[in-house]
Design a protein around this ligand. Structure first.
Ligand code: NDP
Length: 327
């Protein structure tokens, strides 16, 4: 069937994606028995890749340079998620392969969850829920919590989602400052060119930068020390952005007060030390995980692939790769 290009799917995806991929493409699965034989046989004919959340533990669901080397005809890698740190975008760019992601459609959802995680961490909402369920209330009231009322909020990464978080914080009457490599024109919040200076100036850090080598462990021991003993860290970006052992030390030693984490260094494995702590709120990478938003992301994955198949420019190519049009 020459009208259906051959496509490699690296791991499980939502049913609404898989149904449409099956309709428009001949789909090969990398997460099935016999994948090595499949790659050897079909790899030379595969022209598109669909990848992203639904990832297997241990990073197996990555589009590496080695995998791309098995796919000499591939023209597009469509990633489910705005973060595409699991795709070797430099290797793709070097071969003229376009990489697409799912920006924009999840900004408000992720910003909502970020605010929820901030409030949950500061006001100890999950801890209070556990207290009630454990039958503690009749024995006395839940201890007072820290407050958001006296805090300045530092946002690390002031892109689409960072700005949606900042807009929400205005409604809470809290001052916002931010760090990114370049200031964003037209924003009213103070910009800190140095992350350490931002950490020293604020009482909360909300991290929402991309993952990958540029931001690897940028939230390290000196940054946490600068944030200080009443400081709170919220990470909704990627686990790689935080030096997890240093964060555990900082939480155990009182270098910072608390943390709210949606992402971890080795998902879905979460360090026992974090699980054992009472001053952390832990979420299983759910910032965009609602029916409506995941469906919008899924449709954008499919629509990028269909645009490419029809010889149109993909809708949302990432900045590192050219929007290639199928020849
Ligand atoms: P954008 O590209 O719109 O914004 C990224 C921001 O990070 C920009 O302000 C950019 O500014 C800044 N940034 C990038 N690199 C660095 C660096 N090395 N040092 C400091 N700042 C940096 O991305 P989005 O807002 O759409 O998404 C951000 C990330 O959030 C995604 O890449 C994804 O990993 C994560 N995410 C997590 C989700 C979850 O489920 N927890 C859901 C959705 C997104 P500048 O280039 O000037 O430095």
């Amino acid at each position: 069937d020459s009208s259906r290009p051959e496509l490699l799917q690296t791991g499980p995806m939502m049913a609404m994606i898989e149904e449409q991929l099956g309709e428009h493409f001949i789909v090969h699965r990398l997460d099935r028995d016999g994948a090595a034989e499949m790659l050897a046989e079909a790899g030379p004919r595969i022209r598109a890749v669909a990848t992203g959340v639904g990832s297997t533990a241990g990073g197996a669901n990555r589009v590496t340079e080695a995998l791309l080397a098995r796919l000499p005809q591939v023209e597009i890698v469509a990633n489910f998620g705005v973060g595409y740190d699991a795709v070797d975008v430099q290797a793709a760019a070097a071969r003229g392969i376009v990489v697409t992601n799912t920006p924009g459609v999840l900004d408000d959802e992720v910003a909502d969850l970020s605010i929820g995680l901030l409030l949950a961490t500061v006001r100890r909402i999950p801890q209070a829920d556990r207290f009630l369920r454990a039958g503690q209330w009749p024995k006395g009231p839940f201890p007072f919590s820290p407050t958001l009322r006296d805090r300045t909020i530092g946002i690390v990464g002031m892109g689409r989602i960072g700005q949606a978080i900042a807009r929400r914080l205005a409604g809470f009457g809290r001052p916002v400052a931010y760090h990114s490599r370049r200031p964003v024109e037209g924003l009213p919040y103070p910009h800190y060119p140095a992350l350490l200076d931002l950490a020293a100036a604020v009482d909360v850090l909300i991290v929402i930068v991309p993952g990958g080598p540029e931001t690897d462990r940028m939230i390290n021991a000196p940054v946490l020390a600068a944030l200080g003993p009443t400081g709170i860290l919220i990470n909704v970006a990627r686990g790689s952005v935080v030096d997890e052992p240093s964060l555990i030390d900082a939480l155990q030693s009182g270098t910072i007060a608390a943390a709210g984490l949606d992402v971890f260094a080795d998902e879905p494995n979460v360090p026992e030390a974090l699980i054992a702590m009472d001053n952390v709120v832990l979420l299983p990478h759910v910032a965009s995980a609602t029916h409506v938003t995941r469906n919008a992301m899924g449709q954008l994955v499919v629509d990028n692939l269909l645009a490419w198949r029809d010889g149109r420019e993909p809708l949302t190519p990432v900045p590192e790769t050219p929007p290639s049009v199928r020849g």
